[in-house]
Design a protein around this ligand. Structure first.
Ligand SMILES: Cc1cc2nc3c(=O)[nH]c(=O)nc-3n(C[C@H](O)[C@H](O)[C@H](O)COP(=O)(O)O)c2cc1C
Length: 199
Protein backbone atom coordinates (compact mmCIF):
# COMPACT_ATOMS: atom_id res chain seq x y z
CA UNK A 1 0.00 0.00 0.00
CA UNK A 2 1.18 3.54 -0.76
CA UNK A 3 2.17 5.95 1.96
CA UNK A 4 -0.58 8.34 3.00
CA UNK A 5 1.37 11.28 1.56
CA UNK A 6 1.81 9.57 -1.83
CA UNK A 7 -1.87 8.74 -1.94
CA UNK A 8 -2.79 12.37 -1.19
CA UNK A 9 -0.44 13.49 -3.96
CA UNK A 10 -1.76 10.96 -6.49
CA UNK A 11 -5.52 11.15 -5.83
CA UNK A 12 -7.45 12.72 -8.69
CA UNK A 13 -10.99 12.79 -10.03
CA UNK A 14 -10.93 9.80 -12.35
CA UNK A 15 -13.83 9.77 -14.80
CA UNK A 16 -12.56 7.09 -17.19
CA UNK A 17 -13.18 3.87 -15.28
CA UNK A 18 -13.94 0.26 -16.16
CA UNK A 19 -15.79 -2.52 -14.43
CA UNK A 20 -12.47 -4.19 -13.51
CA UNK A 21 -10.83 -3.91 -10.11
CA UNK A 22 -7.21 -4.53 -9.09
CA UNK A 23 -8.43 -5.70 -5.65
CA UNK A 24 -11.20 -8.01 -4.46
CA UNK A 25 -14.66 -6.80 -3.46
CA UNK A 26 -13.97 -8.13 0.04
CA UNK A 27 -10.91 -5.86 0.22
CA UNK A 28 -12.92 -2.86 -0.99
CA UNK A 29 -15.57 -3.60 1.64
CA UNK A 30 -12.87 -3.87 4.33
CA UNK A 31 -11.24 -0.55 3.35
CA UNK A 32 -14.50 1.37 3.31
CA UNK A 33 -15.67 -0.24 6.54
CA UNK A 34 -12.43 0.81 8.25
CA UNK A 35 -12.90 4.37 7.00
CA UNK A 36 -16.50 4.52 8.25
CA UNK A 37 -15.40 3.12 11.61
CA UNK A 38 -12.34 5.29 12.16
CA UNK A 39 -12.97 8.67 10.53
CA UNK A 40 -13.76 11.23 13.24
CA UNK A 41 -17.00 13.10 13.83
CA UNK A 42 -17.92 16.02 16.11
CA UNK A 43 -18.49 14.77 19.68
CA UNK A 44 -17.96 11.29 18.21
CA UNK A 45 -21.58 11.44 17.05
CA UNK A 46 -20.86 9.04 14.16
CA UNK A 47 -23.59 10.36 11.93
CA UNK A 48 -21.60 9.44 8.81
CA UNK A 49 -23.09 6.43 7.02
CA UNK A 50 -22.08 4.74 3.80
CA UNK A 51 -23.59 2.19 1.42
CA UNK A 52 -21.38 0.21 -0.95
CA UNK A 53 -22.96 -0.95 -4.20
CA UNK A 54 -21.57 -3.63 -6.50
CA UNK A 55 -22.91 -5.45 -9.55
CA UNK A 56 -26.63 -5.06 -10.21
CA UNK A 57 -27.01 -2.61 -7.32
CA UNK A 58 -24.34 -0.33 -8.79
CA UNK A 59 -26.13 -0.57 -12.16
CA UNK A 60 -29.47 0.16 -10.48
CA UNK A 61 -28.13 3.38 -8.91
CA UNK A 62 -26.98 4.77 -12.24
CA UNK A 63 -30.24 3.78 -13.90
CA UNK A 64 -32.09 5.72 -11.15
CA UNK A 65 -29.88 8.74 -11.90
CA UNK A 66 -30.42 8.39 -15.64
CA UNK A 67 -34.20 8.02 -15.43
CA UNK A 68 -34.45 10.89 -12.92
CA UNK A 69 -32.48 13.19 -15.20
CA UNK A 70 -34.43 12.08 -18.27
CA UNK A 71 -37.50 13.72 -16.71
CA UNK A 72 -35.84 17.12 -16.31
CA UNK A 73 -33.03 17.49 -18.87
CA UNK A 74 -34.13 18.90 -22.24
CA UNK A 75 -34.10 16.10 -24.81
CA UNK A 76 -31.73 18.10 -27.07
CA UNK A 77 -28.98 17.89 -24.47
CA UNK A 78 -29.85 14.48 -23.02
CA UNK A 79 -27.33 12.54 -25.12
CA UNK A 80 -24.49 14.33 -23.32
CA UNK A 81 -26.06 13.64 -19.93
CA UNK A 82 -26.58 10.00 -20.82
CA UNK A 83 -22.96 9.56 -21.90
CA UNK A 84 -21.79 11.03 -18.60
CA UNK A 85 -24.02 8.81 -16.48
CA UNK A 86 -22.98 5.76 -18.53
CA UNK A 87 -19.34 6.58 -17.81
CA UNK A 88 -20.10 6.26 -14.07
CA UNK A 89 -22.17 3.12 -14.63
CA UNK A 90 -19.17 1.64 -16.48
CA UNK A 91 -17.31 1.46 -13.15
CA UNK A 92 -16.93 -1.42 -10.71
CA UNK A 93 -18.99 0.00 -7.85
CA UNK A 94 -20.28 3.09 -6.09
CA UNK A 95 -20.08 4.36 -2.55
CA UNK A 96 -23.06 6.37 -1.30
CA UNK A 97 -22.38 8.78 1.55
CA UNK A 98 -25.06 9.84 4.03
CA UNK A 99 -25.42 11.81 7.24
CA UNK A 100 -27.95 10.48 9.73
CA UNK A 101 -30.08 13.48 10.53
CA UNK A 102 -31.65 11.70 13.53
CA UNK A 103 -28.18 11.55 15.10
CA UNK A 104 -27.37 15.19 14.29
CA UNK A 105 -30.70 16.49 15.59
CA UNK A 106 -30.45 14.20 18.63
CA UNK A 107 -27.12 15.83 19.50
CA UNK A 108 -28.57 19.30 18.88
CA UNK A 109 -31.33 18.51 21.37
CA UNK A 110 -28.96 17.01 23.93
CA UNK A 111 -26.48 19.90 23.77
CA UNK A 112 -28.64 22.96 22.97
CA UNK A 113 -25.68 25.31 23.36
CA UNK A 114 -24.07 23.67 20.31
CA UNK A 115 -27.29 22.96 18.37
CA UNK A 116 -26.33 24.97 15.28
CA UNK A 117 -22.76 23.70 15.48
CA UNK A 118 -23.79 20.06 15.02
CA UNK A 119 -25.57 20.99 11.80
CA UNK A 120 -22.42 22.85 10.71
CA UNK A 121 -20.04 20.06 11.76
CA UNK A 122 -21.93 17.20 10.11
CA UNK A 123 -20.73 18.16 6.57
CA UNK A 124 -17.17 18.46 7.91
CA UNK A 125 -17.31 14.85 9.10
CA UNK A 126 -18.91 13.82 5.81
CA UNK A 127 -16.06 15.43 3.86
CA UNK A 128 -13.47 13.68 6.03
CA UNK A 129 -15.05 10.31 5.30
CA UNK A 130 -15.26 11.02 1.57
CA UNK A 131 -11.62 12.05 1.45
CA UNK A 132 -10.52 8.97 3.40
CA UNK A 133 -12.45 6.62 1.10
CA UNK A 134 -11.24 8.40 -2.05
CA UNK A 135 -7.62 8.07 -0.89
CA UNK A 136 -7.98 4.45 0.18
CA UNK A 137 -9.42 3.51 -3.21
CA UNK A 138 -6.64 5.45 -4.95
CA UNK A 139 -3.92 3.86 -2.83
CA UNK A 140 -5.01 0.38 -4.01
CA UNK A 141 -5.17 1.25 -7.70
CA UNK A 142 -8.82 2.26 -8.12
CA UNK A 143 -9.93 5.52 -9.71
CA UNK A 144 -12.92 7.42 -8.29
CA UNK A 145 -14.81 10.68 -8.61
CA UNK A 146 -17.28 12.53 -6.44
CA UNK A 147 -20.80 13.12 -7.75
CA UNK A 148 -23.87 14.90 -6.38
CA UNK A 149 -27.16 13.81 -7.88
CA UNK A 150 -28.81 14.36 -4.51
CA UNK A 151 -31.34 15.59 -3.62
CA UNK A 152 -32.94 14.60 -6.96
CA UNK A 153 -32.37 10.87 -6.38
CA UNK A 154 -32.52 10.78 -2.58
CA UNK A 155 -36.03 9.41 -2.08
CA UNK A 156 -35.70 6.77 -4.80
CA UNK A 157 -32.33 5.64 -3.39
CA UNK A 158 -33.73 5.30 0.14
CA UNK A 159 -36.76 3.40 -1.16
CA UNK A 160 -34.67 1.06 -3.33
CA UNK A 161 -32.24 0.05 -0.58
CA UNK A 162 -34.73 0.39 2.28
CA UNK A 163 -32.64 2.98 4.11
CA UNK A 164 -33.80 4.98 7.14
CA UNK A 165 -35.85 8.09 6.37
CA UNK A 166 -33.45 10.23 8.41
CA UNK A 167 -30.43 9.40 6.27
CA UNK A 168 -29.54 12.40 4.16
CA UNK A 169 -27.79 11.50 0.91
CA UNK A 170 -24.68 13.65 0.54
CA UNK A 171 -22.58 12.27 -2.32
CA UNK A 172 -22.00 9.37 -4.71
CA UNK A 173 -18.51 8.04 -5.48
CA UNK A 174 -18.34 5.78 -8.55
CA UNK A 175 -15.06 3.85 -8.81
CA UNK A 176 -13.31 1.32 -11.02
CA UNK A 177 -10.02 0.54 -12.70
CA UNK A 178 -8.72 3.74 -14.33
CA UNK A 179 -8.70 3.53 -18.14
CA UNK A 180 -7.19 6.96 -18.88
CA UNK A 181 -5.05 9.47 -17.07
CA UNK A 182 -6.73 12.67 -15.81
CA UNK A 183 -5.84 15.97 -17.42
CA UNK A 184 -3.08 18.08 -15.93
CA UNK A 185 -4.28 19.94 -12.87
CA UNK A 186 -3.48 23.56 -12.14
CA UNK A 187 -2.32 24.55 -8.70
CA UNK A 188 -2.56 27.95 -7.08
CA UNK A 189 0.85 29.00 -5.76
CA UNK A 190 1.16 27.35 -2.36
CA UNK A 191 2.39 30.59 -0.77
CA UNK A 192 -1.02 32.13 -1.53
CA UNK A 193 -2.79 29.35 0.35
CA UNK A 194 -0.46 28.32 3.15
CA UNK A 195 1.39 30.43 5.68
CA UNK A 196 3.83 29.35 8.36
CA UNK A 197 4.82 31.57 11.26
CA UNK A 198 7.37 31.21 14.02
CA UNK A 199 10.12 29.25 12.25
C1 LIG B 1 -16.84 19.06 -2.00
C2 LIG B 1 -16.56 18.63 -3.41
C3 LIG B 1 -17.59 18.53 -4.32
C4 LIG B 1 -17.35 18.06 -5.63
N1 LIG B 1 -18.41 17.84 -6.47
C5 LIG B 1 -18.17 17.28 -7.68
C6 LIG B 1 -19.25 16.92 -8.52
O1 LIG B 1 -20.42 17.07 -8.18
N2 LIG B 1 -18.96 16.38 -9.74
C7 LIG B 1 -17.67 16.17 -10.14
O2 LIG B 1 -17.46 15.65 -11.23
N3 LIG B 1 -16.62 16.49 -9.35
C8 LIG B 1 -16.85 17.03 -8.12
N4 LIG B 1 -15.80 17.33 -7.30
C9 LIG B 1 -14.42 17.11 -7.78
C10 LIG B 1 -13.66 18.41 -7.99
O3 LIG B 1 -14.13 19.08 -9.14
C11 LIG B 1 -12.18 18.03 -8.12
O4 LIG B 1 -11.79 17.38 -6.94
C12 LIG B 1 -11.28 19.24 -8.34
O5 LIG B 1 -11.53 19.85 -9.59
C13 LIG B 1 -9.80 18.89 -8.28
O6 LIG B 1 -9.51 17.84 -9.19
P1 LIG B 1 -8.93 16.44 -8.70
O7 LIG B 1 -10.00 15.74 -7.89
O8 LIG B 1 -8.58 15.70 -9.97
O9 LIG B 1 -7.72 16.69 -7.85
C14 LIG B 1 -16.03 17.77 -6.02
C15 LIG B 1 -14.99 17.92 -5.09
C16 LIG B 1 -15.25 18.32 -3.81
C17 LIG B 1 -14.11 18.42 -2.83
Amino acid sequence: MKTFLKSIQDRRSIYAISNASPISDARIEKLIGEAVKNVPSAFNMQDQKAVLLFGQDHDKLWSIVLETLRKIVPSASFAKTEAKIKSFAAGHGTVLFFSDNAVVEGMAKEFPLYAEKFREWAPHGAGMLQFAVWNLLESEGLGASLQHYNPLITEEVKKTWNLPADWKLIAQMPFGAPTALPEEKEYEPLEKRFHVFGK
